[in-house]
Design a protein around this ligand. Structure first.
Ligand SMILES: *Cc1c(COP(=O)(O)O)cnc(C)c1O
Length: 381
């Protein structure tokens, strides 16, 4: 477990701080690796907002064998940092820099014959994963073009231009394992594999499942799972206890005493019901807190939950502290894993009418970040 020394990006305790707990990532990785065939750690969107390199290193040290990202721009920093694990990039325009990708041994997903032609044309032998649309009309080749893509890929393989190492699909409804859309997608993926085989391709890696299906449906597992959300403690299927890895705190900038009936914030959207104390927290929607969570959200101060009142502003929010005696400078927990009664990312997502992924990937750049390293433990169970 080298390379996991505490990486304190900012130790100042007097400003908003996002702390990422890599022990949580390590535990989640272990659990998911036990359920999956091979485990690809998906570290797109800066590791779902948790730091792509931190999540990648931790996942590789605890059961993942490879990495996944969307664009090539997300792949370069992994190689720049010296990571040598296989990396798959699956969302690129046809004129992306495939030459550099092949030179830097980035595996490429291929969703069309145009992509295939562009990849086959660059020097070297590209490692490719043919990508089929398993039924969500998003990325991946449509079924009508799949046979032609497989045949073209086989010809390119025989010419030595590419090596087809994988076939991939993605599930559109895996959050709800009972949705009949999943059976259709499994059937389409099986058909895509048969078609590839019939053209002479022998892809070693066959991968359909992301977090939800890895946790709920072994029929989707094939040889590998591509897991992102689960690594950072988000289970879209809500079937499994994972460990959320983010804690967001901030100092109270000020505390003021107000009378009953005091209007608070823009539009005077809230009026205090009683005499109380209002605390000011320097975090707002520009920092990624959903504005729609206004009038619903809570934060934790001195171990007690307190309501956020009025509309969230761009840079700040107001908390009703009651008669608690809380003072300026004390720390407010906006969200955390929930073990000490603090609000969770899942609650903020519900208050904001969105999903956890949206909250964790949206925390703004001006929030300082700090990483808690994995302690040297023999067992993380
Ligand atoms: C984001 C993504 C994943 C990871 O999904 P999670 O539900 O976060 O595990 C897997 N595959 C593809 C194609 C993705 O875009």
């Amino acid at each position: 477990m080298t390379g996991l020394a505490v990486e304190a990006r900012d130790r100042t305790a007097t400003r908003p701080m996002l702390e990422v707990d890599l022990l949580a990532v390590a535990r989640n990785t272990r659990l998911l690796a036990d359920r999956a065939g091979e485990l690809m750690a998906v570290v797109k969107a800066d590791g779902f907002g948790h730091g792509a390199l931190d999540v990648a290193r931790t996942a590789l040290a605890h059961g993942a064998t490879r990495l996944g990202v969307t664009s090539l721009e997300e792949a370069w920093p992994l190689r720049d940092a010296g990571l040598v694990a296989p990396v798959l990039s699956w969302l690129n325009p046809v004129d992306a820099d495939f030459a550099t990708a092949v030179a830097r041994r980035i595996d490429l997903a291929v969703p069309s014959t145009r992509h295939l032609a562009a990849i086959a044309a660059v020097p070297g032998r590209a490692r490719v994963h043919l990508h089929v649309d398993a039924g969500m009309a998003r990325d991946g080749a449509e079924p009508a073009s799949w046979g032609a893509l497989c045949r073209a890929a086989r010809r390119a393989e025989l010419r030595g231009e590419v090596e087809v190492v994988g076939v991939m699909g993605h599930l559109g409804c895996a959050d709800d394992p009972t949705d009949s859309c999943n059976a259709l997608a499994r059937t389409r993926f099986a058909w895509a594999l048969e078609t590839a085989r019939a053209t002479g391709l022998r892809p070693r890696h066959r991968h359909l499942a992301a977090t939800a299906a890895t946790l709920t449906d072994p029929r989707t597992h094939h040889t590998m799972s591509r897991v992102g959300a689960g690594l950072v403690g988000i289970d879209p299927s809500r079937t499994t206890v994972l460990h959320p890895a983010m804690t967001l705190t901030a100092p109270l900038v000020s505390v003021r005493r107000v009378r009953a009936g005091t209007p608070v914030g823009y539009g005077h959207a809230h009026r205090t019901a009683t005499a109380t104390h209002l605390g000011l927290v320097p975090l707002g929607y520009a920092d990624g807190l959903p504005r729609r969570a206004s009038h619903r959200a809570e934060v934790q101060v001195r171990g007690v939950r307190r309501p956020v009142v009025g509309l969230l502003s761009m840079d700040q929010l107001v908390v009703d502290l009651g008669v608690s005696g809380v003072e300026a400078g004390e720390t407010v927990t906006v969200f955390g894993p929930g073990g000490a009664g603090e609000p969770t990312v899942a609650e903020w997502a519900a208050w904001g009418g969105t999903i956890e992924h949206d909250v964790v990937t949206g925390i703004g750049a001006r929030v300082a970040r700090r990483t808690r390293a994995v302690p040297h433990l023999r067992s993380l169970a």
